[in-house]
Structures are given as structure tokens and as C-alpha cells.
Write a protein that binds this ligand. Structure first.
Ligand code: PLP
Length: 376
């Protein structure tokens, strides 16, 4: 990829080890359900990858169900909880649409777990609310895709476990960036997606503890222990495993990204930009920042022209820029117009963050000069 790529929270470049693993699996072929040698080799590839993905979150391989990605894993967890008797879904206000939209469309009552202005879920809100129904289901993500804010999941888990509830953790953005221990976290189910950590797109996993009853949503040949019919995406799974192994080995070193990000942030803040979620613990790689008088889309375009790829913090629908639901939940609607998200990852360097800051400061100066000239 040429230029400076700082949009890892959208998707990460695929790691060379994952590309190799995908290519190897494609070259080898074989249907993992076949009993002959090629089939057995494909099966072995899947099971080796299952161990690597399980290792990334300190889970048992038998608890890993491969899916088409984070979206499907999130959907699968919610439908499992509903089938198991949950009549009340509590979802944090900053969940990804694959949780929020699926919960809202499920026909089951949905309550919103609020977050503060710092983006952290107000876990105390759960007190007294979990006993209103049997088997309450709570979705609380580990780290937010827009702000990088890390949620107090273990704290929520204690309350949910005490109420006999089901805690689902969307760890799509956190996996490979934080140390995750599935059991210690207290989650019943947890989602991961390969393409956020340097694996291929279109493959992910739901990790489900023995406490969680997962329901079959895709019926067919009984693959993935019957939870998900359909010939497995062997090459994708192999790539996921290779990426998970490398990402897991790099988690400690990854924390160095925070210093690079923070140095860049100081230069933006000096020009009046406001950092979103700065009072909360955040992923080392993510910067969500708002600048007044300079819209997100103009910032993204200006940086793209300078060879730096970032993302707008607001979603654009039918030609209108809509405030991000995450910012609205934080009570920061007024900052939504000028929000950008900058996110590094496994191949990012300090020089990338410096180039981003140089390009942003330069473009901001040009934009401010133009605005002043227009106002004069
Ligand atoms: N959950 C979070 C927090 C995400 O950021 C994303 C992707 O943007 C997803 C779920 C969906 O993952 P996938 O793209 O693998 O379906």
C-alpha cells in the first residue's frame, strides 16, 4: 500500500504471514469434510488455526466457532441468547451496528446501557436492572471502533454473572491490541474479526463458553459442530490463524503506538482540536479528534491529497453527514461535524504518525487562511 495508511480500525493491511498461509491453503486445496488425504490436510489446517485463534484470547479451541466475520459473530451471539430465553437485551450505547441493529430488529425489548462524556459505559446503571427479567443479555464491547475507548467489561461481568445473565463482548477492535483472557473477562461469548488484526477479510470467530447455548442459524452440512453449515473458508481460516499468532506475540510492543499517537495529538491540540475520549483508557492505536469549522469530509480529502489515509468520524448517508451514534451517546453532537478517526496498526511507524501530523497541520493552516480570506 503506498502512502501513509492510518485507517486500521476500518481494516488492517494483511500481514505477509497471513498472505502466505492463505496462499498455501489455496494451493493445497481439499474439502475439510473429505476423508482422503487432501481433506484431512485441510481439516488439520483448520484445527491448527483454531488453536492459534483460541490462544489469542486464552480460550479453549473447542469454544471457537469460525464465522464470516465480526458481524456474523455478533448476530450469532444475540440470536443464541434469545433462543436460550433472554427476553431483555441490554446493549451499550456505543456498540457496533452489527450488535445494535440486530438487537433492535430481533423483536425483543432492548434497553440502552448509557456511556458518559468520556465514552465509558456507566456500569452502575445495571444495578437493579438486571433482575427485571430472566436471563438478561448484555452486550458491552471491549474497545470502541471510533474512539478506541476501553470498556470496564470485567466490572460489568460480575454483575451480569450474579444475575444469571449472558455477557457478550465484541472484541473485534481489541483483539491483538490488548491482552485478552476470555475466562478472566467473564464473557459468555466474544467476537473477533481477522481483518482488524492483519488477517483476511470475511473471516472471524465467535468464542462461546459452555455456559452459552449457541443456536444454529445457518443449516447445512453440519460444519463447525453444526453451528454453521457450509464448507469452511479454509484459506481464510488459515490466514486468520497466522495473523492471530503474530498479533498475539506483538501485543506488548503494540502499546508503544500510544506515544507516537500522543506526540501527533499535541500538534493537533495546539491548533485547537479536541480529543474525544481522552479521559478514558484507550487503545494505543486510535485517535478520534474534532476540529471546529473544518468538516470531517474536508479533512479526509485534504489528507488523502497529501497521501495520508484516515477516516471521517461521522457516517455519511444519502448525501447528508449524520452525527455518529457514538458521539451522540457521549453527548458530543456539537463536535460531530469535524470529527476524524486516525488509527494505526501492526505496520505503522512513528514516522507515519509524524507525517499525518505534518499533513494535518499544513492543511489546517491552509483551510483557516481560506476561511479568513472569505470572511474578510
Ligand atoms: N464490531 C466492531 C467493533 C467493528 O469495528 C466491526 C467492523 O468495523 C465489526 C464488529 C464488524 O466486523 P466485520 O467487518 O468482520 O463483520
Amino acid at each position: 500500500m503506498s502512502g501513509v495508511y492510518l485507517d486500521y480500525n476500518a481494516t488492517a493491511p494483511v500481514r505477509p504471514v497471513a498472505i502466505e498461509a492463505v496462499a498455501d491453503a489455496l494451493r493445497a486445496g481439499g474439502n475439510p469434510s473429505s476423508v482422503h488425504a487432501a481433506g484431512r490436510a485441510a481439516r488439520a489446517r483448520i484445527e491448527a488455526a483454531r488453536e492459534l485463534v483460541a490462544d489469542l484470547v486464552a480460550a479453549t479451541p473447542a469454544n471457537v466457532i469460525f464465522t464470516s466475520g465480526g458481524t456474523e459473530a455478533n448476530n450469532l451471539a444475540i440470536s443464541g441468547a434469545i433462543a436460550a430465553g433472554s427476553r431483555r437485551l441490554i446493549v451499550s450505547a456505543v456498540e457496533h451496528p452489527s450488535v445494535l441493529e440486530f438487537a433492535r430488529a430481533s423483536g425483543v425489548a432492548v434497553d440502552t446501557l448509557p456511556v458518559g462524556a468520556d465514552g465509558v459505559a456507566e456500569v452502575g446503571w445495571l444495578d437493579g436492572r438486571l433482575n427485571h427479567s430472566e436471563k438478561p443479555f448484555v452486550a458491552l464491547m471491549l474497545a470502541n471502533n471510533e474512539t478506541g475507548v476501553i470498556q470496564p467489561v470485567a466490572e460489568a461481568a460480575e454483575r451480569i454473572r450474579a444475575a444469571g445473565g449472558w455477557l457478550h463482548v465484541d472484541a473485534v477492535q481489541a483483539a491483538g491490541k490488548l491482552v485478552i483472557e476470555f475466562e478472566a473477562l467473564g464473557a459468555d461469548t466474544l467476537s473477533i474479526s481477522a481483518h482488524k488484526l492483519g488477517g483476511p477479510q470475511g473471516i472471524g470467530a465467535l468464542v462461546a463458553s459452555s455456559r452459552a447455548t449457541i443456536t444454529r442459524r445457518q443449516l447445512g452440512g453440519g460444519q463447525e459442530r453444526g453451528y454453521r453449515g457450509g464448507t469452511e473458508n479454509v484459506s481464510g481460516i488459515a490466514g486468520f490463524g497466522a495473523a492471530a499468532r503474530e498479533a498475539g506475540a506483538e501485543v506488548a510492543a503494540f502499546q508503544a503506538h500510544a506515544a507516537w499517537r500522543d506526540t501527533a495529538t499535541l500538534r493537533l491540540a495546539a491548533a485547537g482540536a479536541v480529543v474525544i475520549g481522552s479521559d478514558a483508557p484507550r487503545l494505543a492505536n486510535t485517535l478520534c479528534v474534532s476540529t471546529s469549522g473544518w468538516t470531517s469530509d474536508l479533512q479526509v480529502i485534504a489528507l488523502d491529497l497529501a497521501g495520508v489515509m484516515i477516516s471521517a468520524g461521522a457516517a455519511c448517508s444519502s448525501g447528508k453527514v449524520k452525527a455518529s451514534a457514538v458521539l451522540t451517546a457521549m453527548g458530543l453532537d456539537s463536535l460531530a461535524d469535524g470529527v476524524i478517526r486516525v488509527s494505526g496498526g501492526w505496520a505503522s511507524s512513528e514516522a507515519d504518525w509524524n507525517r499525518f501530523a505534518d499533513a494535518w497541520v499544513e492543511a489546517h493552516q491552509r483551510h483557516t487562511a481560506r476561511r479568513r480570506a472569505a470572511a474578510a
